[in-house]
Each structure stands twice: as C-alpha cells, then as structure tokens.
Design a protein around this ligand. Structure first.
Ligand SMILES: *[C@@H]1O[C@H](CO)[C@@H](O)[C@H](O)[C@H]1NC(C)=O
Ligand SMILES: *[C@@H]1O[C@H](CO)[C@@H](O)[C@H](O)[C@H]1NC(C)=O
Length: 146
C-alpha cells in the first residue's frame, strides 16, 4: 500500500498515462456491445467516440462533485477492439493523483442515463464492470393513457 502511494507521488505528469493500468485499484473496466445493441445501425468505435466517452465521464465527475474536470482528467488504457478498456480519473487540482474509485462510481451512477444515451446504449450494452446499474424508474409511456 505504501508502495502504491510512493509510486503515485513519483509519477510526473508526462507519465500520467501510466496511472491507468488494467486492474488499477482506482480504475474501472468498461465493455461496450455496440453491434449487439444497434445491429445494422452500429457505429464504429474510434478516437472520436473515445473522446466522447472521456468528455461524458468528465461531465459526470463535474456534476457529482462540482470540480472542473477536463477530458484530460480521464485516462484510458488497455483498449481492445471488441470494445473494452480501463479508465481512471485524475484530480483537476493535481493530475498525478487519482480520484477514488467510489467517487467515480457515484458519478457514473448519477449520470448513467446521460452516458448511455450519448452512445445509444443501455446498462446491458455499456457495462461498467463493478458498478451495478441503478434501478432507474421505468420510462413513462410517451402518450398519456386513455
Ligand atoms: C469516427 O467514426 C465516425 C463514423 O462512425 C466518423 O464520422 C469519424 O470521422 C471517425 N473519426 C475518427 C477520428 O476516425
Ligand atoms: C480545463 O481545460 C481548459 C482548456 O484547456 C483550461 O482552460 C482549464 O483551466 C482546465 N481546467 C482545469 C480545472 O484544469
């Protein structure tokens, strides 16, 4: 544990990307099933989509704790083509420090619907492994009954 703290303190901002690693204690794995969700309408995951993900997470973090998170505060690593990746969030006040997992989890839960809708996906096709989906209230029928 002390080793981890020591390591974080030693990391320069130039090496910030190394803060993100698979199984990082403050990281989360995300798995997308774009083809399953959208079939013929599926879009190709690329750098622009990843930018949107990072922006959505920065938005979620801002909404949750009021600090000015930027896209640069969301670091992504270990991306696989089918599509999965890990991410960590760094503090806007000190980019060498990681935001705690539970804070990230709270932010993701609060903005879950906004994040899902940015990618036209659902809790089942945009999975944050280790963050169970919130039991959102069912969407009310679009036309009033009767
Ligand atoms: C990403 O894919 C979209 C289509 O899904 C395309 O319009 C866009 O130009 C691509 N962006 C990059 C950076 O490849
Ligand atoms: C976020 O990025 C903008 C533009 O690069 C910058 O002006 C602003 O200071 C950044 N905010 C923080 C909290 O780092």
């Amino acid at each position: 544990m002390e080793d981890v703290v020591f390591l974080l303190l030693c990391v320069s901002s130039a090496a910030a990307a190394q803060l993100c690693a698979p199984d990082a204690s403050n990281g989360y794995k995300v798995r997308l099933s774009i083809l399953t969700a959208l079939g013929d309408e599926a879009y190709v995951w690329n750098d622009s989509e990843m930018f949107l993900f990072r922006a959505a997470l920065a938005f979620a973090m801002r909404t949750a704790d009021g600090q000015n998170y930027n896209v640069s505060n969301v670091l992504v690593c270990d991306e696989t083509p089918r599509v999965s990746f890990w991410f960590v969030v760094t503090s806007p006040l000190n980019p060498t420090l990681l935001v705690e997992r539970r804070q990230v989890e709270e932010a993701v839960r609060k903005s879950r619907n906004r994040i899902n809708s940015a990618f036209m996906l659902t809790d089942n096709t945009l999975e944050f492994l280790g963050i169970p989906p919130t039991l959102a209230a069912p969407v009310p029928p679009s036309s009033p009954p009767g």
